[in-house]
Write a protein that binds this ligand. Structure first.
Ligand code: AMP
Ligand code: GLY
Length: 433
């Protein structure tokens, strides 16, 4: 089977690396890809907003499966266009991607289906939102309804801050994404990510992870797309995972199907582990970045086959023992360009040649996934905010962390930086026992 992978980040490099190891893959294409992805796939220039061009490419190259990495093409309805043209797609329809594309849609669905999540109000004007604040207590959680590149959430410590943030949101700080704002109850607990694959009916758990959203050590500073992650997340015990499946994932997939919004692809649940049990913070309609890098590092299965079964409604045909993850910890450290998450410095030289990545395909060692990189006169340079995802495995989070930072230290990237404490919660817990 020929596969077309869409995207250009570290998540997509990890997917490309794993797809390239799949016995069921014939040829892998990626659009637009990056220099890391180019080691695994033929990178092609395709405008993903031009659905007709993507469909024509699929016909010409006899593509048997399209894998959509990021959320924007999903929310834009690319899956629908491809499916209408008879091309199997791993990724939900536009209607189903509202689980990520509209916070209000997801909250209403949780309410209808009895899924545990924070109490909320949907508001569509500044006056309405300001009035609604009276029903909540500090800290106030305010969310622009639509896609805002992970920046649409404000946790305001005081009423004055909350009012100022609402004025920004309705004033267009997030463009159309802020035409509606959801105000939520603040939940306390530890956060964890849980993944499930579904074809709309059958569902299989697909691992857990924890990421580090803040830019600075000790979880301080502005939010980013994620500065590092590890998998599995031991806080999500097998008992908790069973609860998440039964109380959150299964009712979501069932309700979506029953209401005519069949969800197909990966469902990424951001969870708060509260004193009352796991509660949904938000859904994403795609893999996490950098959570995907640590999941792929541990996955043993033929990823192309699993994704194809999802895309064609045959997930119930998956082997009993699949999906199977190696019983190791994987940890990834993001190296970002100075300036990120603001304006990143572009063009800085990168040298990763001192890192020994041999053995990465045996999932026992080290893999450097490319995100915002480019080749300039044959040399690797920074070309985005998050630049590299330095990923290692170990028998413990502590060991995986040591291996990842040893590699970070062997990389020369003078205009870049990283956090030095990825995995700190788990490393501290491992030190206690
Ligand atoms: P989201 O984009 O919805 O994942 O929100 C971004 C971050 O805001 C989450 O990772 C949480 O740290 C925090 N957050 C979102 N909603 C809540 C909530 N209801 N209570 C506490 N923290 C929240
Ligand atoms: N790392 C968080 C996300 O991909 O949404």
């Amino acid at each position: 089977m020929n596969i077309l992978l869409l995207g250009s980040g570290g998540r997509e490099h990890a997917l490309a690396w794993k797809l390239a190891q799949s016995p069921s893959l014939a040829k892998l294409y990626a659009a637009p890809g990056n220099p890391g992805i180019a080691e695994e796939a033929e990178c092609v220039a395709l405008e993903v907003t031009d659905h007709g061009a993507v469909i024509a490419f699929c016909a010409e190259k006899r593509i048997g499966l399209v894998v959509v990495g990021p959320e924007a093409p999903l929310v834009d309805g690319l899956s629908d266009s491809l499916r209408a043209a008879g091309v199997p797609v791993f990724g939900p329809s536009q209607a189903a991607a509202r689980l990520e594309g509209s916070k209000g849609f997801t909250k209403d669905l949780c309410q209808r289906a009895g899924i545990p999540t924070a109490g909320y109000v949907r508001t569509s004007s500044l006056e309405e939102a300001r009035a609604a604040l009276a029903r909540f207590a500090a800290p106030y959680v305010l969310k622009a309804d639509g896609l805002a590149a992970g920046k649409g959430v404000v946790i305001a410590a005081t009423l004055a801050e909350a009012e100022a943030a609402l004025a920004d949101m309705f004033g267009g700080a997030f463009g159309g994404a802020g035409a509606q704002v959801v105000i939520e109850e603040f939940m306390e607990g530890e956060e964890a990510s849980f993944f499930a694959l579904t074809d709309g009916t059958a569902i299989v758990p697909f691992g857990s992870a924890q990421d580090h959203k803040r830019v600075g050590d000790g979880d301080v500073g502005p939010n980013t797309g994620g500065m590092g992650a590890y998998s599995p997340a031991p806080v999500l015990t097998p008992e908790l995972q069973a609860r998440v499946m039964a109380e959150i994932i299964e009712p979501t997939v069932r309700t979506m199907r029953e209401e005519g919004n069949t969800y197909q692809g990966v469902l990424f649940a951001g969870l708060m582990l509260t004193a009352d049990g796991p509660k949904l913070i938000e859904y994403n309609a795609r893999f996490g970045d950098p959570e995907c890098q640590v999941l792929m590092m541990r996955l043993r299965d033929d990823l192309a086959n699993i994704m194809w079964l999802c895309a064609t409604g045959r997930l119930d045909e998956l082997d009993e023992e699949s999906p199977e993850f190696e019983a190791v910890y994987a940890l990834t450290v993001i190296m970002a360009a100075n300036g990120y998450p603001g304006t990143p410095e572009k063009g800085g030289a990168i040298d990763i040649s001192a890192c020994d990545q041999t053995g990465a395909r045996d999932q026992r060692h080290l893999k450097i996934f490319h995100a915002g990189t480019a080749l300039k006169d044959g040399a690797l340079v920074a070309n985005g905010g998050r630049v590299l995802a330095v990923t290692a495995t170990g028998a413990s989070v502590t060991e995986a962390q040591a291996k990842a930072y040893a590699a970070v230290d062997a990389i020369t990237f003078p205009t870049g930086f990283c956090r030095r404490d990825i995995g700190w919660r788990e490393v501290a817990r491992e030190a206690e026992v």
